[in-house]
Design a protein around this ligand. Structure first.
Ligand code: HEC
Length: 137
């Protein structure tokens, strides 16, 4: 019974502490990175786009960031770390974006100080998980 009470007391606190990645995306990223679109539609509407679609960003990072042992948990951690770092320090040198896209959109402006660590973690994990098995094509 005691345990039960503890769970009841602590659950709301845990819920408060973890940010919702999708909400973070909508608030901070969606004005530039559209959530999902086909390649065809993207090319047709490129004049209205401010950045690569998030589906492409996710696919690209997952394909280009490789780790030695094929462990999915480790891979996710590395991709998430890359995204968290990129939010604060976007940089031509680190960008895995293809050159024509960079030429078209420029380098992403830094969001340093705008998101706390939890929000960065949540949005980075969302970017990884949202497009599991979904290809930009
Ligand atoms: C003002 C527009 C803008 C906003 C807002 C924005 N981005 Fe970007 N982002 C860009 C552009 C432009 C690029 C492509 C050029 C580059 O790689 O820097 C990009 C690229 C990226 C990349 C790919 C880097 C790579 O190497 O392929 C990641 C990851 C990324 N953004 C994450 C985010 C996240 C997460 C947010 C929200 C917290 C966000 N962006 C908000 C404009 C934006």
């Amino acid at each position: 019974m005691k345990n039960f009470t503890l769970t009841l007391v602590f659950t709301p606190i845990l819920l408060l502490a973890s940010s919702d990645g999708y909400e973070v995306y909508k608030k901070n990223c969606s004005t530039c990175h559209i959530e999902t679109i086909s390649k065809n539609e993207f090319v047709k509407n490129i004049s209205t786009m401010k950045a690569p679609p998030m589906i492409e960003v996710s696919n690209q990072l997952k394909n280009q960031i490789m780790i030695k042992n094929d462990d999915e948990d480790v891979h996710k951690k590395v991709v998430v770390l890359f995204i968290k770092n990129y939010i604060d320090n976007p940089n031509l040198e680190y960008s895995l974006c293809n050159p024509p896209a960079i030429e078209r959109f420029g380098v992403m402006p830094s969001k340093k100080g705008k998101l706390n660590d939890e929000e960065k973690e949540a949005v980075a994990e969302w970017i990884y998980d949202r497009y599991e098995g979904v290809q930009f094509k």
